[in-house]
Design a protein around this ligand. Structure first.
Ligand code: NDP
Length: 329
């Protein structure tokens, strides 16, 4: 059966990187045909149409159809998977409230269009920032679609964290497992190594032999590096991270749909797990079972970790309050 995938912001950079991975079968596997719906705002239509021409020229055997539109009713029609990448970037002099309001004006109507037009089992992944709160707004506007179907991408943060540990220990990244991202996809996120393993052994033990004081290394080096990696890429590359963000989006959706025995991290709706207020979309350790994310429960959270999780969750609460104050929730 063909899977219908809607991509917003399809004319943007991340969209451009994502489309060709999807068409090549990296998302759902080499035997799964896909239909793409590229949703853009009018100014972005040309770039999306250009990408559609290149998709044709890629002669991808799995790609059955590509549609480009600026109408959300058409864009989300029959969508099994919705990748919400397009968002309003922070402009010069823009306050946080303005940014939240501008994005609420995008993600609210998109949530409503998803409820009205997408397939009944639609799964939504928000990449556009502020991703967690944009996902919350979309979910709140999607009457009849369970909030569990709306997620925010924190997989790039996890991938960055795993890569840092692997680099530090000079081991293949695949040996680094169970790194958790808690909270918001922002500078307050907490990349947590307390459960992490390297080739099955405690990552913290392995790190202490390399870096000495692991707590100090986490505070002074690891956490700022992971949380600030986007800025580091901009500084070195001269423009924002694109291919790695697209790659993490593929990882997130593939694991969600196909299942993941390993833990990973995703922004999912809280039912109060780990003291995170109900209804917030916060990053947790998760496993995908039968096509739904399940939060890994019962982990012990130490005092140091608790304070960091609470700080990031406080930011999510602030964002929710700000959107409520604007009457958009
Ligand atoms: P990108 O494709 O580079 O980024 C898209 C979004 O992804 C931004 O919100 C960006 O956040 C976010 N993002 C999340 N994680 C990362 C990461 N690790 N690195 C970089 N970005 C990340 O933006 P472009 O400006 O190239 O393209 C955006 C497109 O979206 C445009 O074509 C525009 O027309 C379209 N758009 C479509 C809408 C719609 O379909 N209704 C609505 C609004 C815009 P951040 O800004 O914080 O970097």
């Amino acid at each position: 059966m063909t899977t219908t995938i809607t991509l917003t912001g399809a004319g943007g950079q991340i969209g451009y990187a994502l489309l060709f991975r999807i068409a090549a079968g990296d998302l759902l596997g080499p035997d799964e045909p896909v239909r793409l719906r590229l949703l853009e705002i009018p100014q972005g239509l040309g770039a999306a149409e250009g990408a559609a021409l290149e998709l044709q020229d890629g002669a991808f055997g799995l790609l059955e159809h590509v549609e480009v539109t600026d109408d959300p009713a058409v864009g989300f029609d029959g969508a099994d998977l919705a990748l919400l990448v397009g968002a309003r970037p922070r402009g010069p002099g823009m306050e946080r409230g303005d940014l939240l309001a501008a994005n609420a004006g995008i993600f609210g109507p998109q949530g409503a269009a998803i409820a009205a037009h997408a397939a009944s089992g639609v799964r939504v992944t928000v990449v556009g920032n502020p991703a967690n709160t944009n996902a919350l707004i979309a979910a709140a506007s999607a009457d009849g679609v369970p909030a569990e179907r709306f997620t925010a991408l924190t997989r790039l943060d996890e991938n960055r964290a795993r890569a840092q540990v692997a680099q530090t220990l000079s081991v293949p990244v695949d040996e680094v497992r169970q790194v958790i991202i808690w909270g918001n996809h922002s500078a307050t996120q907490f990349p947590d190594l307390s459960q992490a393993t390297v080739a099955g052994q405690s990552a913290l033990d392995a790190l202490s032999t390399t870096v000495g004081d692991v707590r100090a290394w986490q505070e002074d080096s690891f956490i700022p590096r992971v949380a600030g990696r986007g800025a580091e890429v901009i500084q070195v590359r001269g423009s924002s991270s694109v291919a790695s963000a697209a790659s993490a989006t593929i990882d997130h959706v593939r694991d969600w749909v196909l299942g993941s025995e390993e833990w990973t991290s995703a922004g999912v709706v809280s039912h109060g797990e780990y003291g995170v207020p109900e209804g917030l979309i916060s990053s947790f350790p998760v496993r995908s079972e039968n096509g739904s994310w399940q939060i890994v429960e019962g982990l012990e959270i130490g005092e140091w970790a608790r304070a960091r999780i609470d700080a990031s969750v406080a930011e999510l609460l602030d964002e929710r309050e700000a959107v409520r104050a604007l009457g958009m929730l």
